[in-house]
Design a protein around this ligand. Structure first.
Ligand code: SAH
Length: 197
């Protein structure tokens, strides 16, 4: 049996998404048990979450299942699948590290939990938003794995919408709660990419 390079890219993406969910699921369950003391969930935030979900999961999922939109297909290359799978694997590793480090402080949205602690170790020593770095890397991996412009680029675009709608608010919320402790932390870290941004 032989499969096409395009199909191989799709298979790798599906495996990546399944692994993503296997990593996240236990944290989601545990987080439900920790009380939320303040929430900044809003329509804008919900729109951002929907964009990220559409771009990273729904649109590429539909493409993988149906091949639509076929007009946006482009030639698949083995090197691109290898690069995409490598970036996706790194993304998953960072994703898992950030969940372990955030522990009970994790939320899908902008929330402060009971006895919230400022995390600044592990991946958080390098950047303030390593989980968002991992989502950007997932989007980049997707861009290399899927040989269709729409399926490929939806992830980076969808997650960027969530990121730019959220990041200022998230940092303001952290400053409100942690004051100079978070300001000092901001002074010594970048947002997404160590030393750059
Ligand atoms: N922006 C972070 C966390 C994403 S989860 C990252 O990309 O890694 C979102 C929640 O994490 C927010 O609601 C906030 O309450 C919490 N959070 C963000 N940064 C944090 C930090 N350094 N320490 C503890 N909690 C943090």
């Amino acid at each position: 049996m032989s499969i096409s390079v395009a199909a191989l890219g799709k298979i790798m993406w599906v495996l990546g998404i399944v692994a993503w969910y296997v990593i996240r699921y236990p944290f989601e369950r545990r987080a439900k048990r920790v009380r939320v003391v303040s929430s900044q969930r809003s329509h804008v935030e919900n729109f951002g979450l929907a964009s990220a979900l559409l771009g990273l999961a729904v649109i590429p999922g539909c493409y993988v299942a149906s091949g639509i939109p076929e007009v946006a297909d482009h030639p698949a290359h083995l090197w691109a699948v290898v690069v995409g799978a490598t970036i996706f694997a790194i993304a998953l590793w960072v994703f898992r590290r950030t969940h372990k480090e955030l522990g009970r402080n994790w939320s899908i949205t902008l929330e402060i939990r009971d006895k919230h602690e400022l995390v600044s170790g592990g991946p958080y020593a390098f950047v303030r938003h390593p989980m968002y770095t991992s989502f950007m890397l997932m989007g980049l991996g997707q861009a290399f794995l899927l040989s269709n412009w729409v399926g490929a680029l939806a992830g980076l675009l969808g997650f960027s919408i969530l990121f730019f709608l959220r990041v200022d608010k998230e940092e303001r919320m952290m400053v409100e709660i942690f004051g100079s402790q978070y300001r000092d932390y901001m002074a010594r870290t970048k947002r997404l990419v160590p030393y750059l941004y």
